[in-house]
Ligand binder design. Sequence first.
Ligand code: BGC
Length: 359
Amino acid sequence: MKDLKNMSIKLILDNQSSSGAYIASPNFPIYHFSWLRDGSFIAYAMLLNGQIDSCRKFLKWVHETIKRYKNKVDKIAFKIEKNQNLHTRDFLPARYTLDGIEVKDDWSNFQIDGYGAWLWCLSEYSRITGDKSLILKFQESIFITIDYLKMVWKMPNYDCWEENGNHIHPSTLACIYGGIKGINLSFGGEDLSSLSEEISKFILSNLTEDGRFPKYIGSDSVDSSLLWLSVPFGVVAPDHPVMQKTVLAIEEKLSEKGGGVRRYPEDTYYGGGQWILSTCWLAWYYLKTGKTGRAVQLYEWVKEQSDERGYLPEQVQTSTEDPDFVAEWEKRWGKAANPLLWSHAMYLVLVKELKGCSL
Ligand code: BGC
């Protein structure tokens, strides 16, 4: 597809509901909801590409949605104070209907990264546009989010792939760190720097034996979402030795020669193919470290994956980790998601970042 940039922007705009929510994938019924995680990255990509209104509409949608569920956060505080058991349904969900309503089902809903990512996107909006008015208008939802994250950040919860709910995930904590730090800089309210420092200390004191960030605390495995620890959430600098070791492991265990990047070594979802998101994150990281050649290689691969309609899928299944699982998932949910709005958004981030660097 020649003009993948404009096609991606159009696709995202066409699939943004009038409420402001972004549907995760229009052609995959299971993804007919809006995830705070996907949405925050999509809104950020739109912001970078001059689509400020779209970004603002999403941020406002999250603001209204979070306000609607303030009672859940109050109830968690009450239960913690009274030493009562918390259930999965007590927490704020990972995804909502496009009208901002919680879906009461058995989805792996306790995921907190999206709430950090939302604060991060809001703070980036204010930093990039210089418009502080949203932060002022959204004080109520910002406070609810901060109160929530303060209570839950150290609790095991599902990762950004909606798996491993009994564990604590450094990439999830990176989103919280980025959100708290970003909002702290632009908010000027209560000083939250001790919270972000505590989170980063916790992450850095829970490494693998050979000094990498682990997929989750206590694990020896690796995950492409660990790239978030440096880009974009900045827990460590891209050239931090722990980050460098982690990136080496990602290259070694997850990247396909001349191809894209997998999510993590044990992945079996739709066979565990190469993900557009993971590939873009690695390219984004390399753009920040000056390894432009490798970044461009990954970017070109991403571009080649768009089909004749210009759609970028969630994953590319040409060489899957475990082909038996392709049929199994297709039987359950139909063909894998295509297009995925978040894939298009990450492509758009790369387009923008590539423009700013000398090739
Ligand atoms: C991915 C999540 C994503 C969701 C909607 C899931 O399969 O693992 O990261 O938020 O799809 O796109």
